[in-house]
Write a protein that binds this ligand. Structure first.
Ligand code: PHE
Length: 454
């Protein structure tokens, strides 16, 4: 990377902007759509506890690693490894990241499109008169149809593009600063509604009373994959955002704040959803349809449901948007700096590319349903490969890079910017990224893929 680009680089303008943007990336469909349904599928609290363990021991150190790599290199994820380890194969970790970003945004945009459609359905009171079976049919018919989900997906991709094209400070940061507080207010209102329903305590028990016998190898791998997905780790989102962070910021504190914010919001989503689901005697383990089939049923029976259903799907859309911009920015930063393209052109190119792949994801729900690999349609395949393989693999390499290649001294130098480094905390961090994170990822990974059993 040349000097010119370095000096012309974008930076976030304030500490709050950094947190809003990074937490905006982390808090997304992962927290509100995926976390509740996979927690439901894998039996509730036991899954949650494993997930929390992964967040603390692997997620937090990998997040700090990514932010450091980004700020130190002041570069996109591919360029970052190229800068810090010139002439070595580390840059392929960056390539992997860009590929993961393309794959994730392709299916992410589809679900976000469903979410916009459900805002419209909620406003037009489409839930009010439907039986549970009709509610399910409505969702299935919608996602399987060839036109409207694609249009909503494209609309969402356009919204994402419109923000990213403006740039880091006036686009990404500005919108995150406005949308994140809105999201927090909405989710708190929904939680209050949910826990004050009669019979809500069953849902809280489901979420917080662990039954470890329900935990499978598949569940543990999913907990790991989800920790990466939810914290936006393993593909360079936070390398890219880190590269826009000013040296006055204490990135250790940023990493901690973002991790806590993401986890709290996921828990709040669980608290908003499970008590309501149990209060109306509905099955919690309904998979990806949980928020689109189960919840509308819940809203229908809930006092004030019309209003709360609009709020909920608005929340889902807003959360998706602040995440999708961070995923697109990974690709845009790569195009700009590695291919020397302008922001406008890079953004349009990346959006078009990803949207086209996304159209196939959407169609794989319906007309292209028959085309499967390992029993998964194209949508599920992208979701599964990116979350359970590419992100943990990216995380594995990132922690090895920081623990073994950069090492303690260089990390200390980076972490000392805008902060005073506490020596024993640094030792803990280095120990985690050197041994615990890569070891745990490798074990869970191989075990989950069925390479060995214990
Ligand atoms: N963390 C986002 C979510 O929870 C998704 C995401 C994954 C964003 C990977 C960036 C990178 O929805």
């Amino acid at each position: 990377m040349n000097k010119n680009k370095l000096s012309a680089r974008d930076v976030f303008s304030s500490k709050f902007g950094v947190i809003a943007a990074a937490a905006g990336s982390a808090v997304g469909l992962g927290n509100i759509w995926k976390f509740p349904y996979i927690t439901g599928v894998y039996g509730g609290a036991a899954f949650l506890f494993v997930y929390l363990g992964f967040i603390a021991l692997i997620g937090l150190p990998v997040m700090l690693s990514e932010l450091s790599i980004g700020r130190k290199s002041r570069s996109n994820v591919f360029g970052a490894f190229k800068n810090l380890a010139p002439g070595s194969p580390w840059k392929f970790v960056g390539m992997l990241g860009v590929a993961a970003a393309v794959m994730i945004l392709a299916f992410y945009g589809v679900v976000a499109g469903w979410s916009i459609d459900y805002v419209v359905k909620a406003v037009t009171d489409n839930f009010a008169t439907r039986s549970p079976n009709e509610m399910e049919a409505m969702f299935v018919n919608f996602i399987e149809s060839p036109v409207s989900p694609v249009l909503y997906q494209l609309l969402f991709m356009l919204m994402t593009m419109a923000i990213v094209i403006i740039g880091v400070k006036d686009g990404i940061e500005k919108y995150a600063k406005f949308l994140m507080p809105l999201l927090v207010v909405i989710i708190i209102v929904l939680c209050l509604r949910s826990v004050t329903l009669d019979g809500a305590s069953e849902g809280l028990k489901f979420l917080f009373n662990p039954d470890f016998s329900k935990l499978t190898a598949d569940g543990i791998l999913s907990a790991l994959g989800h920790a990466f997905f939810s914290l936006s780790l393993g593909m360079g989102t936070l390398v890219t955002y880190g590269s826009y962070i000013d040296e006055k910021n204490n990135i250790s504190v940023t990493a901690l704040q973002v991790t806590i914010a993401d986890t709290v919001i996921a828990l709040l989503a669980g608290i908003a959803i499970f008590p309501a689901v149990f209060a109306f005697g509905i099955e919690p383990s309904s998979g990806p349809g949980l928020v689109f089939i189960t919840l509308p049923n819940v809203f229908q029976q809930m006092p004030g449901g019309f209003f709360f259903s609009i709020l909920f799907f608005l929340l889902l859309t807003v959360a998706a948007l602040t995440s999708s911009i961070s995923i697109l920015e990974v690709v845009v930063a790569y195009f700009r700096e590695e291919l020397n393209l302008k922001r406008n052109f890079s953004t349009i190119l990346a959006t078009v590319m990803i949207s086209i792949i996304g159209i196939f994801c959407s169609l794989s729900m319906g007309v292209l349903k028959e085309y499967t690999l390992f029993g998964l349609n194209f949508f599920d395949l992208l979701d599964w490969i990116s979350a359970n393989i590419l992100l943990p693999l990216g995380g594995l390499f990132i922690s090895l890079f920081v623990g073994w290649f950069l090492g303690r001294k260089k990390m200390e130098e980076e972490l000392a910017k805008g902060a005073s480094v506490v020596s024993w905390l640094l030792s803990v961090f280095i120990f985690l990224v050197k041994f615990i994170a890569p070891g745990a990822i490798a074990i869970v990974f191989l075990h989950g893929l069925g390479v060995f059993n214990f």
